[in-house]
Design a protein. Structure first.
Length: 649
């Protein structure tokens, strides 16, 4: 069978643009072909299944077939299903054997053979979730491989041969796209997929560009914080509540999937040795590792003066320990996932002026702020871009470097907490509820939903989250993006039954705040008592009351007509403990949530925090019904400085 190569010629001045848009161009190229058989070498082999197709082309695939036979996968892939297969050709397999000192597959252990084959296959519930090239994202696939590892898709411009290459897991080129068979699609690759088997500190250590950071991880003992890989406790619980993996029936008699696994991952944002040396020289410090410690002390001893005498760098209060820990996140985040397509739900004005994501770092009680590079680069993250600082960005050519339990990215400047807390006291800090739960990002649940069509999302058994706990009587659900939920990012956390749950909220700088959360009111909601840091917040909240209820007083801006009337209605609602939904957010480009009478913000707490620390929001049902629930869309901290002039966003 001929091996076509996808070429995209371009003028030299367009190469940078092509690099950024290459995957989009590939998808457009393929979509223009009304019949894939018109492209030489591509086509639908309707009479063949995956295995039979590989058997017919054994001159290219016999080595991988041998492993399929040995592991029983050949029979599986010769039956009906929905598979995306990244199959290495014989040359790729032989190169792999030679590189590992094997003569053939017979030298591999039985378990290693199975894992190897599973690494190359993605099994989906529906045919719509088979990954033809037109469905390739510019990040990792939503559905993991059969070995429960996520596969990434990327592209790069080969300037020598003047073409665009598509890569799987960064370094395995696809040489034949879209060989369609009856039970899926095959993409031929010229290098085997090797899942990272080294934890994040080891992978960083192997990269000579980051020797200073790697040394710092060891000396501060922070490498010990980056070793977990799997939540075994959740695996045990799931075997009890969903033993067959077929789903869980909800309190209102609908079937929902449960998450198949709970991986634990981390992200490191790292400056190269050369970036450190230049920045230190520019700042007047010796461009040495010891100079880096002095630079860290000049910042963090000022921010934490009571701890400046702590010289043990393994102490979490030490300045250098804080400096390194601030580069570490407790979730696995690829470059495109920091912001991603969530910006689709916001107005351009809001993106340009106010939109931020916040993630807690491993530096105790600290946040990092993430903004889009621009309205036209909504998915390009910039960290801690403040009024007086340009912020730091991920180096696009050196990002998404995988380890077994995480990922690291090179950044183009030194990242510190300096200045952020002061700025946070002057703005509303809004968290989508899913950003409070690292597991949602690591395990690709955020913005996702059950692909089998059973419901809108997942029932998540106990033990899945470290920052969200709930009683056995509580049924926790996550509803993901399906375009039908009227929420800030089209997703929400839901709790049913005799629910009683506690959600840990991130730390914000000491000060006076209103703490609010967003929800939609309807008759499927319930009545619950809310507690903040252990203290009850007024009378129970009745979520069944619509926004137009007399106790809330919502009126649409259109009906109010004048700006004075709109402001007066906002003040009246605020005095009753409520606010309209954000004016910046919309559902799939439709009307803002502010214009929707079911979208509300509830002011749960108003008061002062004497310290920068995490807080606990507890919610407990006060009714006997188990078929009504509690819903959280997002959380807001609003400092006193903005209460009078907060605006509508």
């Amino acid at each position: 069978m001929p091996l076509p190569t996808l070429l995209l010629s371009k003028d030299e001045t367009m190469k940078h643009i092509v690099y950024l848009l290459s995957l989009l161009l590939v998808a457009m190229y393929l979509s223009m072909c009304t019949d894939v058989n018109e492209i030489e070498g591509l086509g639908t082999i309707q009479e063949d299944l995956v295995t039979s197709f590989l058997e017919k082309n054994s001159e290219e695939y016999s080595e991988f077939l041998e492993l399929m036979y040995a592991t029983g996968v050949a029979e599986l892939l010769n039956a009906y299903g929905n598979y995306t297969c990244f199959i290495p050709n014989n040359a790729a397999m032989r190169a792999y054997y030679a590189g590992h000192g094997f003569n053939s597959s017979s030298d591999m252990e039985a378990e290693a053979k199975r894992e190897f084959v599973y690494d190359h296959i993605v099994s989906a519930q529906n045919v719509e979730n088979v990954y033809t090239s037109s469905r390739f994202p510019q990040a990792r696939l939503e559905i993991p491989s059969m070995s429960n590892r996520f596969i990434t898709i990327s592209s790069a411009v080969d300037t020598i041969r003047d073409k665009v290459e598509i890569y799987v897991n960064e370094n395995s080129p696809i040489i034949i796209l879209d060989q369609k068979v009856h039970n899926g699609v095959i993409h031929t690759i010229s290098k085997v997929l090797t899942s990272a088997k080294i934890q994040l500190p080891g992978v960083i250590e192997a990269d000579e560009r980051f020797s200073w950071f790697s040394l710092a991880l060891r000396q501060t003992s922070l490498e010990n914080e980056l070793m977990e890989m799997n939540n075994d406790a959740y695996d045990s619980i799931r075997k009890i509540v969903d033993p067959n993996g077929t789903g869980i029936v909800s309190k209102y008699n609908m079937l929902y999937a449960s998450p198949k696994f709970c991986h634990i991952e981390y992200t490191a944002l790292i400056e190269s040795d050369e970036t450190y040396k230049k920045a230190l020289s520019d700042a007047g410090f010796e461009p040495t590792y010891e100079g880096l410690k002095q630079y860290a002390a000049s910042i963090y001893d000022r921010l934490y003066p009571n701890d400046k005498g702590i010289t043990d760098i393994s102490d979490r209060r030490n300045s250098f320990n804080r400096f390194i820990a601030y580069h570490l996140l407790d979730r696995g985040v690829l470059r495109k996932e920091f912001l991603g397509d969530r910006s689709l739900y916001y107005t351009e004005t809001y993106i340009a002026s106010s939109w931020c994501e916040y993630i807690e770092t491993l530096c105790p009680n600290s946040l990092v702020e993430i903004k889009p590079a621009s309205v036209n680069q909504r998915d390009v993250p910039v960290f801690n871009r403040l009024r007086t600082k340009r912020g730091v960005s991920i180096v696009a050519e050196y990002c998404d470097k995988r380890a077994e339990n995480g990922v690291y990215h090179e950044i183009d400047g030194i990242l510190t907490l300096d200045g952020l807390n002061d700025e946070l006291l002057t703005k509303r800090i809004r968290f989508d509820a899913t950003t409070l739960l690292p597991e949602m990002t690591t395990n690709k649940l955020r913005g996702n939903y059950d692909k089998s069509g059973a419901g809108y999302g997942y029932i998540v058994p106990q033990g899945y989250f470290k920052y969200l706990t709930y009683t056995p009587e509580t049924e926790m659900e996550y509803w993901g993006t399906k375009g039908t939920t009227t929420d800030m990012e089209c997703d929400e956390l839901l709790f049913f039954g005799k629910y009683d749950f506690s959600l840990r909220l991130p730390p914000v700088p000491a000060g006076t705040y209103e703490v609010r959360f967003g929800y939609t009111a309807n008759t499927q909601r319930g009545v619950a008592q809310i507690f903040f840091d252990g203290k009850p917040c007024g009378i129970p909240l009745d979520m069944t009351k619509s926004a137009t209820h007399a106790d809330i007083g919502w009126k649409s801006d259109v009906d109010l007509k004048t700006e004075d009337a709109i402001i007066e209605n906002d003040k009246m609602m605020h005095n009753r403990g409520f606010m309209k939904g954000p004016g910046a957010a919309s559902v799939n480009g439709a009307s803002p949530l502010r214009d929707y009478g079911g979208s509300l913000r509830y002011i749960a707490f108003k008061g002062s925090f004497s310290e920068t620390q995490a807080h606990i929001l507890r919610v407990k049902s006060v009714e006997d019904r188990i078929d009504r629930g509690f819903m959280i869309d997002y959380i807001e901290y609003a400092p006193r400085s903005i209460w009078e002039n907060e605006g509508k966003d």
